[in-house]
Write a protein that binds this ligand. Structure first.
Ligand SMILES: *[C@@H]1O[C@H](CO)[C@@H](O)[C@H](O)[C@H]1NC(C)=O
Ligand SMILES: *[C@@H]1O[C@H](CO)[C@@H](O)[C@H](O)[C@H]1NC(C)=O
Ligand SMILES: *[C@@H]1O[C@H](CO)[C@@H](O)[C@H](O)[C@H]1NC(C)=O
Length: 360
């Protein structure tokens, strides 16, 4: 079996597991049928009067073009796939609902080229008829060969690595983008996150966790090899989660960080230097050199740990973004009638039309 085939099987396996989990308890929910899930239409959201207008491009009749390249536009990138579609839809709704200038937000969706990008596109357009968005097909085979297996099969889906290629995928005129995972909801104005100061040199900004045990993200092989571990010499390297990031795409392109990350992935294939999937190469390249973001923008871990998916509580402090990172996903637990208490905060953003849902 080829490497690509093996990875596709792993991703599918994960999907089958979550589907059969919901099958056990809610046998008639739409998630279990083979028909594509049906999502409700979200309401239209309007800019407040204070929002900066997007200047129209006089030289072209391409309205979308002016939105794509305006400095007033807030760019949000996410991945789209069948397994997390319900999460993505909820995340989009949450961003729009809490944004003071929702009409200035443009979404950039990276979809697996092997999935039906057209079907994903029409699903989004049906639920969000007013949304400005682009869909970029992502060539999974290009990364599949770079991925080594990790403790969680889901982390090995090639689309997890799409965030490394945003600078190549998005139009050159897009200078800054907020990357968001699909298992989260934003409960604050995304413009505030997008405006995070990156200082004179930082390529990306993310909430940092300096109390996390940084050593544990890399193998003893890595630490034992000075040629490798010296990469962190003189850097105050702290863990950060790659599920919420503000990226300066111009600096990223100028420094060709995509290649730097790929080089670490290639090394990982030859000698095991870390355990998790797409995160450690980001730590290798950026840890210690990122701009900080307040922890309120990534209340992470709500999915629970990777083994049992136990319920987690919020971290102390204010909340601007709830992130169900970890094994459990709120839509799976809600369908299975085994929700964690905080899953109730995700449910209001669920657009899936189940036969049981009240029509609206
Ligand atoms: C599912 O649908 C079938 C046929 O429509 C019905 O007989 C059955 O009671 C339903 N089950 C549940 C759990 O609603
Ligand atoms: C995808 O990537 C593979 C491996 O790099 C390459 O052989 C193939 O031609 C690419 N497909 C497309 C459509 O670009
Ligand atoms: C950090 O993790 C490493 C490797 O997993 C372990 O050996 C070390 O004891 C841990 N340090 C602390 C302070 O927990």
């Amino acid at each position: 079996m080829s490497k690509l085939a093996a990875h596709v099987v792993l991703c599918l396996l994960n999907l089958v597991i979550s589907l059969s989990l919901s099958l056990i308890t809610t046998s008639n929910a739409t998630t279990t049928s083979s028909a594509p899930p049906h999502f409700r239409e979200a309401p239209e959201f309007y800019n407040s009067p204070e929002c900066p207008p997007i200047p129209e491009d006089e030289t072209s009749d391409d309205q979308e073009g002016s939105y794509l390249c305006s400095d007033q536009t807030i760019h949000v990138a996410m991945t789209l796939d069948a397994a997390y579609l319900r999460g993505s839809m909820a995340a989009i709704l949450s961003v729009l609902q809490h944004s003071s200038c929702p009409q200035n937000v443009v979404f950039h969706f990276v979809a697996s080229a092997s999935a039906s990008a057209d079907q994903l596109r029409s699903t989004i357009a049906k639920s969000f008829p007013y949304l400005r968005f682009q869909v970029y097909p992502f060539n999974d085979s290009a990364v599949a060969g770079l991925i080594s297996t990790s403790i969680r099969a889901a982390l090995d889906c090639p689309l997890n690595y799409a965030r490394n290629y945003l600078a190549n995928l998005l139009p050159l005129c897009v200078r800054r983008v907020v990357y968001l995972d699909s298992d989260l909801v934003v409960v604050d104005d995304i413009a505030k996150l997008a405006a995070t100061p990156l200082g004179d040199h930082s390529v990306l900004a993310a909430p940092e966790y300096c109390n996390a045990n940084f050593t544990s993200y890399f193998t003893p092989t890595f630490w034992a090899n000075p040629a490798l571990s010296l990469i962190f010499a003189g850097r105050k390297a702290c863990y950060f989660n790659t599920g919420v990031m503000v990226i300066d795409l111009e600096r990223w392109r100028a420094g060709d960080y995509t290649t730097k990350i790929v080089e670490w992935m290639e090394l990982q294939k030859r000698m095991r230097i870390y355990e998790l999937g797409s995160l450690p190469p980001f730590l290798l390249v950026f840890a210690g050199n990122i701009a900080p973001v307040d922890h309120r923008w990534n209340q992470h871990g709500l999915g629970g740990d990777n083994f049992w998916g136990l319920c987690r509580d919020l971290h102390p402090g204010p909340v601007s973004l709830l992130h169900w990172s970890g094994k459990g996903k709120p839509w799976v637990r809600l369908d299975a009638n085994r929700p964690c208490p905080l899953d109730a905060l995700w449910a209001p953003y669920d657009l899936l039309q189940t036969p049981f849902a009240l029509d609206s």
